[in-house]
Every structure is written in structure tokens, then in C-alpha cells.
Design a protein around this ligand. Structure first.
Ligand SMILES: *Cc1c(COP(=O)(O)O)cnc(C)c1O
Length: 348
């Protein structure tokens, strides 16, 4: 007898993580290049001895701090080991086998994986150029649709849909469908292009806003993310969290990071300035680069994508190719960006 594997798993592609090549500029993971926030580093050193105990399963201190930050109640927040885990929790909360999950494509590669793991049917909707096609996503809704991911700004293309477009979209979606606004990169976007989460979830109980500590808060290695939503929904979403998935140090570090707002803002400004410098230089070389609202840029190189990424790797810069579509390049330190720009100029 042969072990039976679910057919929906066999057909899935695995998540491709950014490679860690010693000595190279690592511009494939959309991480913050400036290292741990100073208060976080100090706190981790002090907090380490507590790690022999199980963490606070409810993440009480962190949830309180987030509630204060967003002007919501603790009952409106669910946490997970990165917002990737929270995506899974949301799917497990609303998707039964065979139910449909809509997302733009290409977008965050965890969406199709987590959808299949949850037993759902992925409905990828092609982008319009480099931007989510909200109208086409609406047109893809059927009686089986249970959840729609809206990645804004979109990974890997970096583009954002404006607030007006988003509001029109949300007004048109039936309120028995969960809309997940994934705002992993919201700190890097023009404020007019992202939501006021607390206002939004107060008005629309079928909408949740997903946030992470992995990008602007420089905590990708500790795994903390969360969503904001209506209390009745959040109560169910919390049941789908893997018990104790957010470790003690991760919780403490996230609380410490929330206290470093000024430093986070300073770093975000540096990254946005570098992003716009890199974009302008690349356009100057003749590359087509959509306006990014995130901490990375997208070069739609089509069939040249893999070769371009291989050449960059040989030149000491790790970027993320999506074969036959494009490459995504994280905005790093100025000297890392310069190294990438040198290679990009040569490869033109
Ligand atoms: C990086 C990213 C996340 C966050 O991932 P974590 O699990 O919190 O590290 C979520 N959504 C998108 C679109 C991302 O690019």
C-alpha cells in the first residue's frame, strides 16, 4: 500500500525563500536592512532567560499594546507567527473544502499554498499591467467565494490601489465574503493609498486588516503578525492559531518595537528615499519600473528574469526572480543598492 497524499498538495509549488548567500547583498527577502531596532536588541538580551517557559498564549501584553496603537479593543486583534500564519488562520476560519479564495496574481506566493492547505480552491485573477484588477476580482466572485485577499501594496509588483478604488471595491463585495487587506508594506506607502484600519473595520465587519512586524519593524526572524477585525470574527480566528505559535521573545520584542516609532519612521524614510533613487536610476538605464509603494522594486523582465537574477548573484547581489515574469529587488543599504545598480546598468 502507498501512503495517500492529497492530490491538491502534490500539484503545489513550494514557497521559495530569499537565498542567504554569505557575503552577498541580500535583496531577496524584503527585510529591513538596518538591523534590529536598538530597544529591541537591548530587550532581547534581557528577556532571553525567560525562554524556558511557554509563552503567554494570549499574547496579552502585545495585544494590549496593539489595541492602544490602533485605537481598537483587544477583542479586535488576533496574532500569529507572522502574518503568514494569520492568513492561514483566516482561511481555516471561513473556508470549507471546495470553497473559493480569490486573489490577484501575481501576488504573495503564500496565498495559493495556504488556500490549498486549507482545502480551498484558489482563484487567481491576473493583474492589470502591474496592478491588482479589482473589477476583475469582483467579477470572479461566485456563490462559493468565501475569502478575497487584497495585497496592498502588492508583493511582488509594489503597486498600490488607491483608497477610492478600494472603498468602491469593498462596497461592492457581498458582506458574507471575508476581505483580507494585507498591508505588510503599508509603512512604505503614501498614506492616501492605505487604509485607516480602525475606521474601516468599525464600518465593515467582513473586512480584516493584516499587519506584520517582519518588514518596517525589522523582526522577520522572530515571527509576529496580526489582524484587526470585528470582535465576533476575531474570536473564531484566534481558535485557528497554532497554540503558543508566537514565542516569548517574539512577543516581548514586538512590544519593544512598538515603542520605537520615531526610529521606525526614520528608517522608513531612508528606505523610501532609496527606493525612489533606485527607481529613477533604473528608469534612466531604460528599465520599465512601476512606481513602488513598498520596500522593493519590480522589474518586469519577462523571459530575461532568471538570467538577470543569475547575473546579479554572480555579481554578489541576491534578488528574487519570478521566471518569465520579472524580478523583485529589495531596497537595501545605500551601498547595496549601488552595487545592484552597477550590475543593472551593465546588464542593460
Ligand atoms: C512579507 C509579507 C507578509 C508578512 O509575512 P510574515 O509572515 O509576517 O513575515 C505578509 N504579506 C505579504 C504580502 C508579504 O509580502
Amino acid at each position: 500500500m502507498v501512503l495517500r497524499i492529497r492530490p491538491s498538495m502534490i500539484g503545489l509549488s513550494s514557497y521559495v525563500a530569499g537565498r542567504k548567500v554569505p557575503g552577498a547583498a541580500l535583496l531577496a527577502g524584503n527585510e529591513c536592512p538596518y538591523g534590529l531596532l536598538p530597544a529591541v536588541a537591548a530587550w532581547l538580551a534581557r528577556a532571553a532567560p525567560a525562554a524556558f517557559r511557554y509563552p503567554d498564549m494570549a499574547c496579552g501584553t502585545l495585544v494590549q499594546a496593539l489595541a492602544a496603537q490602533h485605537g481598537v479593543t483587544a477583542e479586535q486583534i488576533a496574532v500569529g507567527a507572522g502574518s503568514t500564519e494569520v492568513c492561514g488562520q483566516l482561511l481555516h476560519t471561513v473556508v470549507d473544502p471546495g470553497d473559493e479564495v480569490i486573489f490577484g496574481w501575481r501576488s504573495f506566493e503564500a496565498y495559493p499554498l495556504l488556500t490549498a492547505v486549507a482545502g480551498g480552491v484558489a482563484v487567481p485573477v491576473p493583474l492589470h499591467g502591474d496592478t491588482l484588477d479589482l473589477d476583475a476580482m469582483l467579477a470572479s466572485v461566485t456563490s462559493r467565494t468565501r475569502l478575497i485577499f487584497v495585497c496592498n501594496p502588492n508583493n511582488p509588483t509594489g503597486t498600490a490601489v488607491g483608497a477610492d478604488n478600494l472603498q468602491r471595491f469593498l462596497a461592492a463585495v457581498s458582506d458574507d465574503i471575508l476581505v483580507v487587506l494585507d498591508e505588510a508594506y503599508r509603512e512604505y506607502a503614501e498614506p492616501a493609498l492605505v487604509t485607516d484600519a480602525s475606521d474601516l473595520i468599525g464600518k465593515r465587519p467582513n473586512v480584516v486588516v493584516l499587519r506584520t512586524f517582519s518588514k518596517a519593524y525589522a523582526l522577520a526572524g522572530l515571527r509576529v503578525g496580526y489582524c484587526l477585525g470585528a470582535a465576533a470574527l476575531i474570536r473564531q480566528v484566534r481558535k485557528a492559531q497554532i497554540p503558543f505559535s508566537v514565542g516569548t521573545l517574539a512577543q516581548d520584542a514586538a512590544v519593544a518595537a512598538l515603542g520605537e516609532a520615531a526610529e521606525v519612521t526614520r528608517r522608513v524614510r531612508l528606505t523610501v528615499a532609496e527606493r525612489d533613487r533606485v527607481t529613477a536610476r533604473l528608469r534612466g538605464f531604460g528599465y520599465d519600473v512601476p512606481q513602488s509603494q513598498a520596500n522593493f522594486v519590480w522589474l518586469p523582465l519577462g523571459p530575461d528574469s532568471k538570467g538577470f537574477a543569475d547575473e546579479c548573484l554572480a555579481g554578489g547581489v541576491v534578488i528574487r526572480p519570478f521566471p518569465d515574469e520579472g524580478v523583485r529587488v529589495t531596497v537595501g543599504l545605500p551601498e547595496e543598492n549601488d552595487l545592484f545598480l552597477e550590475l543593472a546598468e551593465k546588464l542593460r
